[in-house]
Design a protein around this ligand. Sequence first.
Ligand SMILES: Cc1cc2nc3c(=O)[nH]c(=O)nc-3n(C[C@H](O)[C@H](O)[C@H](O)COP(=O)(O)OP(=O)(O)OC[C@H]3O[C@@H](n4cnc5c(N)ncnc54)[C@H](O)[C@@H]3O)c2cc1C
Ligand SMILES: O=C(O)[C@@H]1CCCC=N1
Length: 396
Amino acid sequence: LARELKLEMSSEVYDCIVIGAGIQGSCTAYQLAKNKQKTLLLEQFVLPHSRGSSHGQTRVIRKTYEEDFYVQMMHESYELWAQLEREAGVELYRRTGLLVMGPENGEGFSRLKATMQRHKIPTVFLEKQEFSQHIPNVNLADGNGALIDTFAGVLYADRALRAVQRLFQSCGGGVIKDGEKVIDIRPGTEVTVTTDSGVYRGRSLVITAGPWANTLLTHTGLQLPLKVVKINVCYWKEKIPGTYSVGQSFPCFIEMEPIEGEYDIYGLPSNEYPGLMKVCYHMGSETEPDERDKQTDRGDIDILVRFVTRCLPGLVPVPAVVESCMYTVTPDHNFVLDSHPTYGNIIIGAGFSGHGFKFGPIIGKLLSQLAMGQVPSYDLSPFRIQRFQSHARSSL
Ligand SMILES: Cc1cc2nc3c(=O)[nH]c(=O)nc-3n(C[C@H](O)[C@H](O)[C@H](O)COP(=O)(O)OP(=O)(O)OC[C@H]3O[C@@H](n4cnc5c(N)ncnc54)[C@H](O)[C@@H]3O)c2cc1C
Ligand SMILES: O=C(O)[C@@H]1CCCC=N1
């Protein structure tokens, strides 16, 4: 292929090549460079871009998970975000708290409460009668309980991504080549990676390609059961500016299963666009990543309009701004963090299922450990490819 395209092969052999400069690839590349690994980070689009999953100004950070393994990883992730803030000299995290509302006697909400208590996560449990005193301008649905994860907050996503990429480049041995799309991967003891403008070799390869993971994995004979969905990122106008603002200490929120069988709805206080609060549906309609804007289904917006009308009376129940983003979802909504089943020096980070940003620094650490042949510092069994035994298939 390289010869057909007359591409120049770089004489340099990198310790590691990372494909995809979203939050996961950028954090992985930074960890590798910090560990003195000569690392090349390849990105198909010119940076910064808004066509994957890591763009936008804000993301939720929280420990509020039902599963112990996520809570354990989040303990360290908070520390690593604080370390990144110090290294970059910029504010990346703002504490707001996270309000979780969910069916009081439902399994999910009960499991969440139990996990919070087991891990002694600072949590306020709100009784129905005191709810509106603590959280004005929100209607708690009948039968719902409420709790607040008091250390949760907002991550400044675009700023964080830029900071990590800058730190990576400032390490000796960290190189970013953006506007270079990977078009071929040849596995081997040295992996050969061909882009539309060059050929590179690495002793190991990390694939963190977000919604394009399966497109790239085709070159390695593997397909994962990933579904790519488009998310309509909706902002809603406050009837009285500031009602739900970060300045008024309004928290982030998640409403678990607002109506039985539906996915969660979540929101962040008004902040990036003054007077507009972000409220989104935690699922979308399937899309091809290169054809995201052709997916025009707005069924999720209908659900959100009903939710805003019922629960957030201080918002105009018509979205004022709708932006686009994508989730890459696994069947169990857990990530893929593993080595390739055939090629041990190809590492895969994929399927972050709409909740991976907050884990960026710890995922970077784990993927870099796998790439360096080290034992990962967490049990990665929930994230193994093997769990999809009946789904994962060879594409050869
Ligand atoms: C609307 C929305 C809200 C979210 N909210 C939260 C939240 O509140 N909290 C949270 O923790 N998480 C949240 N997430 C999830 C989180 O943002 C994602 O899990 C995370 O950004 C995934 O990062 P990534 O690096 O895997 O993917 P991406 O950011 O998509 O990065 C992959 C990169 O690979 C590049 N690439 C692909 N193919 C090639 C190729 N052939 N050659 C070169 N480069 C290539 C792409 O261009 C892209 O830049 C949200 C996601 C969305 C969409
Ligand atoms: O990951 C998160 O915290 C957010 C909010 C809940 C749904 C998805 N993303």
